[in-house]
Design a protein around this ligand. Structure first.
Ligand SMILES: [Zn+2]
Ligand SMILES: [Zn+2]
Length: 343
């Protein structure tokens, strides 16, 4: 089968590989029916993910159908349509038992698929710890509706969950890329008084205005003044930073009111500086990122109930053979691209 593969820093290419086989009784083999490209895939290609192993098939956002199951998998059956979780986790260690699955201490735990082991930009993928790593898709939910549940939507759901949002709150979301939009969808479920979105790209500002007219969008330059004018206590009650630049990191704490929660979901290219003397007395609570992707079943239920819809994010579709073109488009952010569906 043709597998889109991390060859070396700067280069992905198709490699012909054998269909994967079960290696452990807890494994499953999944036939990939739809996959996507994530910014983390670009980070691998740029060489900024040191643990990524050259030679592995890339891709960690996918849905598919179970072909084969190891003898120790108990919650699934061959033929089930499933979402694949970006995180591999054992379900048994201290961190897994507390819901911190991102910190699973199993040697295979954490982000393995499409990074340290073969991922899903191909026809078949082996998923370790299938009872944890696969979630059955309800019959009424399509592959496209479920495509982002295991990664980018899980991240948005987790960000909203840990941010302690109440119905009195003004919530500022910095960044309206795919993860920012997924975060917005999950914040909407918390019914805060007001949601403000900060974004620079005119395409993405247009996307928010078109699909979510109930939220206000503002540019980074106007953000601080706008948040102060549009909140009750001199700043946002909750700030969720999803953009990942030096500028947006500073905006996150500046736009927060005293005693606010600031959740940092973004991945930065280099260290960020908190000017603690300037912040003294502001008494902020910071929560920092790395999704715990353990809510997939609940997210799928919300999709089935019509409460979350990420399908507008799929702006372009490509067959697997044309994935290089899809990467070029996704990386360029041209043509208003948000996410691509491959399959
Ligand atoms: Zn990802
Ligand atoms: Zn674990």
């Amino acid at each position: 089968m043709l597998a889109y593969t991390y060859i070396e820093k700067g280069r992905f290419a198709f490699v012909d590989k054998p269909k994967p086989v079960l290696q452990d009784p807890r494994d499953a083999i999944v036939r990939v029916t739809l996959s996507s490209i994530c910014t983390s895939d670009l980070h691998i290609r740029h060489g900024s993910v040191p643990r990524a192993v050259p030679g592995i098939t890339v891709g960690h956002e996918m849905v598919g159908v179970i072909e084969e199951l190891g003898s120790a998998v108990s919650s699934l059956e061959a033929g089930d349509r499933v979402v694949v979780n970006v995180e591999t986790f054992c379900g048994e260690c201290f961190f897994c038992r507390h819901g911190y699955v991102n910190n699973c201490t199993d040697p295979n735990g954490g982000w393995a698929l499409g990074c340290r082991i073969d991922g899903g930009q191909t026809a078949y993928v082996r998923v370790p710890f299938a009872d944890q790593g696969l979630t059955r898709i309800p019959p009424s939910v399509t592959d496209e509706q479920a495509l982002f549940v295991g990664d980018v939507l899980a991240t948005g759901f987790w960000a909203a969950r840990i941010s302690e949002i109440t119905e009195e709150d003004t919530v500022l979301i910095i960044g309206a890329g795919p993860t920012g939009i997924c975060t917005l969808l999950c914040v909407l479920l918390k019914r805060p008084r007001r949601i403000l979105v900060c974004e620079r790209s005119s395409d993405r500002i247009r996307f928010v205005r078109e699909h979510y007219p109930q939220v206000s969008v503002v540019s980074p330059e106007e953000c601080l003044d706008f948040v102060r004018e549009n909140s009750e206590h001199g700043g946002a009650d909750v700030v969720i930073e999803v953009a990942g630049t030096d500028e947006t990191f500073q905006l996150a704490w500046q736009c927060a009111r005293p005693n606010a929660v600031v959740t940092i979901v973004a991945l930065y290219d280099h260290p960020q500086v908190l000017p603690l003397p300037e912040m003294y007395g502001k008494n902020l609570t910071f929560k920092t990122g790395g999704v715990d992707g353990c809510d997939c079943a609940e997210i799928l239920r919300l999709i089935a109930e019509g409460k979350i819809d990420t399908t507008p994010l799929i702006t372009h579709r490509f067959p697997l053979e044309r994935i290089e073109e899809a990467y070029r488009l996704f990386e360029s952010k041209a043509e208003g691209v948000m996410k691509v569906a491959i399959g």
